[in-house]
Design a protein around this ligand. Structure first.
Ligand SMILES: [Zn+2]
Length: 435
């Protein structure tokens, strides 16, 4: 089975904030009824850009009015040339919400950026919000937290997920093909995110939570099987992708951590997002997933005898050397400060690393098996991504092969999460694998 509505219903029972996910034909005309059933707010305001207001503005406004909700003039953000997910735009939405009558419920019409801006602005003034999704383009709809650029640093700011997600599968299927491809890339990232969680579990850093694992990982491989259907705008296929993306957000709500949805592939995408590349989040994740898979494969070619377990412990850089490497690989001073915090948070002294290496050596064969079962072989993954319309070369996301190889160093430094990027450093094989 892939992702379906009954799975979503089960996940909603564990979610911290989201109460309803309504993805069905005509769903947008139910927005007013859904809002009334979940809040006692009697005033609402749409937050959109020109494009998304054109797609959903009229039907959502009429639906709200039909439920007796007073609708404020919409907040239409300027999306030319591109709407930025940054703190300046949050301030724009927030001030519009502050000008509206107290208790006005924002209704975001859109996908990644509009959802994140509205989510954060609503959180800052302490009101719930609803999102009407217009594309299956990323997994942030139901995530707690918004990915925003603050002081030039891509960061996940805390905030509550929407109380409801509303979308019409026909509208989703009509979205531009690159947006749907981006969503496919973001969902494909759950494969390496899962592998990284297996790894963190094996070294005792972050145990697998079996029920959360099942929510995302059990339907995942099947859901990724037919990217061609997305390109053909097959409505059922796009709906399933959207539900998969919503499901990963619900898993984040259930755990209070993005671990179920984000691993090394997102460390790459976050790093590249700070470089302001002109490609979508999902495209960066797609390529990051392929690159992480290559790194995994390079690790998995080594049998237990082919790793120098003793030498790895001896060569482990101390904290001072690791901090030095941060300064050598990140230019921006704000980013350096943040990365130092992350690197210190995950630093382990040599004795602890030796114990970790001993565990890995004992479990190497079993871990190999688990990782091989989890990962999609890179040749197959490349083919799937290409069929979906995702980038599969560095150039397609605006980087050189050298920059991609070097990213292995800084991507590890910007987040404390344990992933394959930590593993290769700890095994002392990072530089021979990638540089
Ligand atoms: Zn993502």
């Amino acid at each position: 089975m892939g992702f379906d509505r009954s799975g979503i219903e089960g996940a909603l029972r564990r979610a911290s904030t989201t109460r309803q996910v309504v993805v069905e034909p005509g769903a947008m005309a139910r927005t007013g009824e859904i809002l009334s059933s979940l809040t006692d707010g009697r005033t609402a305001v749409a937050v959109a850009d020109e494009t998304t207001f054109g797609l959903a503005g009229d039907v959502v406004t009429s639906s709200l009015e039909a439920s007796g909700i007073a609708v404020q003039p919409p907040v239409i953000l300027d999306d030319a040339p591109r709407l930025h997910a940054d703190s300046a735009q949050v301030a724009v939405v927030r001030s519009a919400l502050e000008d509206a009558p107290a208790g006005t419920i924002p209704v975001a019409l859109g996908s990644g950026t509009l959802n994140d801006l509205t989510k954060r602005a609503a959180f800052e003034i302490g009101v719930p919000y609803i999102v009407v999704g217009t594309a299956a383009s990323m997994d942030g709809y139901t995530a707690s937290g918004a990915s925003l650029v603050q002081d030039g640093f891509k960061t996940t700011l805390p905030c509550d997920a929407p109380i409801a997600v509303v979308s019409d599968p026909d509208l989703l299927a009509d979205a531009p093909v690159p947006m749907t491809a981006s969503g496919y890339g973001d969902l494909a990232g759950k494969v390496t995110a899962g592998a990284d969680w297996l790894l963190a579990d094996a070294v005792g850093v972050e145990p697998i939570q079996p029920d959360i694992w099942a929510m995302v990982q059990h339907p995942l491989h099947r859901a990724l099987r037919d990217p061609g259907a997305l390109r053909r705008r097959d409505v059922a296929a796009v709906e399933q992708l959207f539900l998969g993306l919503v499901m990963t957000g619900l898993a984040i709500q259930a755990t209070g951590s993005s671990r179920p949805a984000s691993g090394s592939e997102h460390q790459f995408s976050h790093l590249w997002e700070m470089r302001d590349l002109e490609v979508s989040h999902g495209f960066k994740v797609a390529f990051g997933t392929l690159w992480s898979t290559h790194i995994y494969e390079a690790v998995l070619t080594r049998s237990v005898q082919e790793i120098d377990w003793e030498g790895a412990g001896d060569r482990w850089p101390d904290l001072e050397q690791q901090e030095e490497e941060v300064r050598a690989h990140i230019d921006d001073p704000v980013m350096v400060t943040r990365a130092l915090v992350e690197v210190r948070a995950k630093y382990v002294p040599k004795e602890i690393l030796r114990a970790r290496l001993a565990t890995l050596r004992d479990e190497w064969a079993a871990l190999h098996q688990r990782l091989r079962a989890q990962l999609i072989p890179s040749s197959e993954l490349r083919d799937l991504l290409q069929r979906a319309g995702c980038p599969v070369t560095p150039e397609e996301i605006g980087l050189t092969p050298g920059q991609v190889r070097e990213s292995v160093i800084a991507a590890r430094q910007i987040r404390r999460r344990y992933t394959v990027l930590d593993l290769v450093l700890e095994l002392g094989i990072r530089d021979e694998i990638v540089l």
